[in-house]
Design a protein around this ligand. Structure first.
Ligand SMILES: Cc1ncc(COP(=O)(O)O)c(C=O)c1O
Length: 352
């Protein structure tokens, strides 16, 4: 039983009055503590956090080594402005991530704070790399709530209602999911994929010519749109189309990355190479850190300064440090491996 706060009811009332209504909540309570898979509430309840902070706290809430690393870094350097120089934790994190990448060509990194910002960065990069504007996304896809990310989010209208006009140049196609396509549940995925690839082909000939199309963005596992792993043949079809027309394939691994599906990244199941990949959530186990990964030959086209922000990583030094600590955690690695293996079993089971 968690310790109840004597003034819990007043705190909740204060929050209801002064915290913007734009944030939704599952419980009208104050979260006071997180430990492993559990969170404590100020009303004395202890909850099993089935969501892991919505796919974020992959190592459990307040992992002692992660928290210790953050505390240590905070006493050393917090705001190491990356527009001024390199920082060691930043470079060490890249060193740890490089061998985890789903394709060796992914060798150029840029860190930011949130998944939405990573998507913004990916869109900016795709436009720069190709000199084109339009972006194709999936009906049912979720990529975040900042302006570019919101424009390519098609899972629910609540995310864009009232915020129009959205970023222009966005087109969408269905992804292979029997439910969304109103097909019987046992429809072979090959058939669903072929239908959706044909929709892509029609889109490129009827609405956005490849010459104007910068990127196709897709989650490896469409989350909000139904928790649907993208079939390999569809991913390969997207890759072929992108190769044929010089379009960037942006793989959003913000939610499916870092072991959630039994592999470091869910895209590994298809073997498809992303041109740009977005990562966040499990990367820093609860600290705000995201990343955009691409190929150096492409990112060399970016103008220095064009992607810079005060907090693009500076205050995240602690998070970077702890993230790389988390990735290399020797005591954790056995547990991490067995966790990844059980996620893999669970994942394989869910596909049947
Ligand atoms: C696939 C995907 N992309 C992007 C985002 C946006 O991340 P954030 O909420 O950190 O901005 C999310 C968040 O749930 C996501 O699941």
């Amino acid at each position: 039983m968690a310790t109840a706060l004597p003034n819990h009811a007043q705190l909740v009332e204060f929050g209801q009055k002064h915290v913007t209504k734009g944030l939704g909540r599952q419980v009208e309570a104050v979260i006071t503590k997180g430990k492993g898979s559990y969170v404590e509430l100020g009303d004395g309840r202890e909850l099993l956090d089935f969501t892991s902070g919505i796919g974020v706290t992959n190592l459990g809430h307040c992992h002692p080594r992660v928290s210790a690393a953050a505390a240590e870094q905070c006493m050393n350097l917090v705001h190491g402005q990356c527009s001024i120089g390199f920082t060691k934790p930043y470079l060490e994190l890249i060193e740890k991530l490089l061998p985890m990448m789903p394709h060796p060509s992914l060798d150029s990194f840029y860190f930011w704070n949130s998944g939405s910002e990573a998507v913004e960065g990916a869109i900016k990069m795709a436009r720069t790399f190709t000199g084109r504007q339009n972006i194709i996304c999936m009906q049912g896809g979720y990529h975040g709530r900042t302006f570019g990310a919101m424009a390519v989010t098609k899972s629910k209208t609540v995310y864009s209602a009232g915020f129009n006009p959205l970023m222009p140049g966005v087109f969408s196609i269905p992804f292979p999911y029997w439910h969304q396509l109103s097909r019987p549940k046992d429809t072979p995925t090959e058939e669903l994929s072929a239908y959706c690839l044909n929709q892509l082909s029609l889109l490129l000939s009827q609405q956005t010519t490849p010459k104007d199309t910068a990127a196709i963005i897709i989650e490896s596992v469409v989350g909000e749109g139904g928790y649907v792993p993208i079939p390999t043949e569809f991913m390969k079809g997207l890759r072929d189309t992108c190769d044929q027309h010089g379009i960037m394939l942006i793989i959003d691994e913000v939610q499916s990355g870092f072991g959630r599906t039994g592999k470091n990244f869910a895209i590994e199941y298809s073997g498809v190479k992303p041109d740009i990949m977005t990562i966040a959530k499990g990367l820093a186990n609860g600290f705000p850190l995201s990343g955009i990964v691409s190929r150096k030959e492409l990112t060399d086209k970016l103008t220095p300064g064009s992607m810079a922000f005060d907090f693009r990583v500076a205050p995240m030094l602690g998070a970077l440090y702890l993230a790389q600590q988390a990735l290399k955690l020797p005591t954790c690695s056995r547990r991490r491996k067995s966790w990844i293996m059980s996620m893999h079993d669970l994942w394989s089971y869910s596909l049947h």
